[in-house]
Design a binder for this molecule. Structure first.
Ligand code: SF4
Length: 463
């Protein structure tokens, strides 16, 4: 792909012209990168939309959603972020965004693994939504060497196929199109005993060919990611260091929600509310820092930034922030030293010093990626606490039993934001389908839930 600032041709047409990959029924196989021009803005915006889909899939999988639920989720995510009124534009966006993210996610083993897994899941569910005719076309695009079972052979094994169908809870009236495949090529079907096997061959029904196609798709993308990484390190990274490289590097760590830099007037908070709000509505990272600030009357720079920006986003005005931090720090260093050495950093957070940047509160992604040193209290407790400390901190929030074990389980699998989401759900007794992505989102969602509960209590007591 060539990246330009204007003009472009449709990726679908370009992919078709370059020998494949535009896909039957609107589902591309991404075998060949299209030769086309892409506007720089589209390069980034399309990738962000696709990432929203992949991140949604990742959340769904880590929440343990069932296949039917995943099918619905994938379809909604796709519709919400990738569809365009014009199907050609949708296809165009689909192809461009895939190849941009390939560049973003080819760069480390961990990124490759995540991308491969999410793209494969996306493909699997999109394939399942296609008609049998389109599925057959896609099979031929992948050049799978399987032919439908001839009628005579089908008749010979029909009873066996019917038995397998019954054993997996399907209607005994057997589908009429089957493919005979070396059994090692469909390990998931063999492992879950969903196919009839004879003489080393598995008899794969048309409704099961997704397994064959997905195996091939996964294999192609896996190889392509390794090749892309090679090209990235040997040439693209250096050639594009002023233009694409910064975008590519930022995309793998991007946070796409609101930045919480502005608070509405109604969302103002005052220093006297902070302890109470911490108990009801602060996420664990911010509760922890308040506790340490109260205990040590001090926070190092990383903590002042993370906590100070959070309070700013929650609605604490500059004068109140100065009064709040002065009241604590002066107990340790005296108010004169606070004014001389620390007040600057608080004003800096509010964009009143230095370059006067109006800093935005940190997202979970940024906090999780931090590396707090000795004596630091910033970072994400789900990521940076040991198990015992985390257990104790969650107990302090009133979480125990299955809910606690569920959260620790997510932490073990490194799903820190999901662990935080489960904490939110356990402490507020509501579900949070969007997931927690930002400490200020946690705070504002919590306030909404509590206000709604208060209103219900008030309206009940007035009747
Ligand atoms: Fe804070 Fe986000 Fe970690 Fe929750 S997941 S504790 S909000 S950084």
């Amino acid at each position: 792909m060539e990246i330009v600032r204007s003009q472009r041709q449709l990726a679908a047409a370009a992919a078709a012209a370059s020998g494949g990959g535009s896909g039957a029924g609107g589902l591309p196989t991404y075998r060949v990168a299209p030769q086309l021009e892409v506007r720089l803005e589209e390069f980034e915006l399309f990738a962000i939309d696709r990432l929203r889909v992949l991140k949604g899939i990742s959340d769904g999988l880590s929440r343990g959603k069932r296949p039917e639920e995943m099918e619905k989720l994938v379809s909604e995510l796709w519709k919400g972020h990738m569809r365009h009124q014009d199907p050609a534009e949708t296809l165009n966006k689909d192809i461009i965004s895939h190849f941009v993210l390939r560049l973003v996610y080819c760069r480390t083993e961990e990124l490759r693994k995540w991308f491969l897994s999410m793209e494969t899941t996306l493909f699997r569910y999109r394939f399942r939504l296609e008609s049998p005719d389109t599925q057959r076309l896609l099979m031929s695009e992948f050049q799978l060497p399987y032919k439908a079972l001839p009628h005579s052979e089908f008749e010979a094994v029909k009873d066996k196929l019917s038995q397998v169908a019954r054993s997996i809870g399907q209607s005994a009236s057997v589908e009429s199109v089957f493919f005979k495949v070396p059994f090692e090529e469909v390990p998931d079907l063999v492992g879950s005993r969903r196919v009839f096997i004879s003489k080393g061959y598995a008899y794969v029904a048309m409704s099961q060919v997704v397994s064959l196609v997905v195996t091939q798709f996964r294999c192609n993308i896996s190889k392509a990611l390794v090749l892309t990484n090679r090209k990235w390190t040997t040439s693209i990274k250096e050639q594009e260091k002023d233009r694409l490289t910064p975008i590519v590097e930022a995309l793998s760590n991007a946070y796409f929600g609101p930045d919480y830099s502005q608070t509405s007037d109604s969302a103002e908070i005052s220093p006297k509310d902070i302890d109470q709000l911490s108990r009801t509505s602060f996420p664990l990272c911010m509760r922890h820092m308040l506790e340490k600030l109260r205990e040590n009357h001090h926070l190092k720079n990383g903590g002042r930034m993370q906590f100070g920006l959070f309070l700013k986003g929650a609605g604490l005005k500059l004068e109140d922030a100065l009064a709040f931090f002065r009241a604590e720090f002066s107990q340790k260093v005296g108010s004169e030293r606070f004014d001389k050495e620390y007040a600057y950093s608080i004003r800096h957070i509010y964009g009143k010093e230095g370059k006067r940047t109006d800093y935005t509160p940190y997202s979970c992604q940024k906090i999780i990626a931090a590396t707090p040193g000795v004596g630091d209290h910033h970072g994400c407790p789900y990521r940076h606490f040991g198990e015992e400390n985390l257990r104790a901190a969650l107990n302090n929030m009133g979480i125990s039993g299955n809910a606690l074990e569920g959260i620790l389980d997510k932490v073990k699998n490194r799903h820190y934001q999901l662990a935080c989401t489960l904490t939110f759900e356990a402490t507020h007794n509501v579900s949070c389908d969007t997931g927690i992505n930002h400490p200020n989102q946690y705070f504002s969602e919590s306030q909404k839930v509590l206000q709604a509960k208060n209103q219900t209590v008030q309206s009940q007591s007035s009747t």
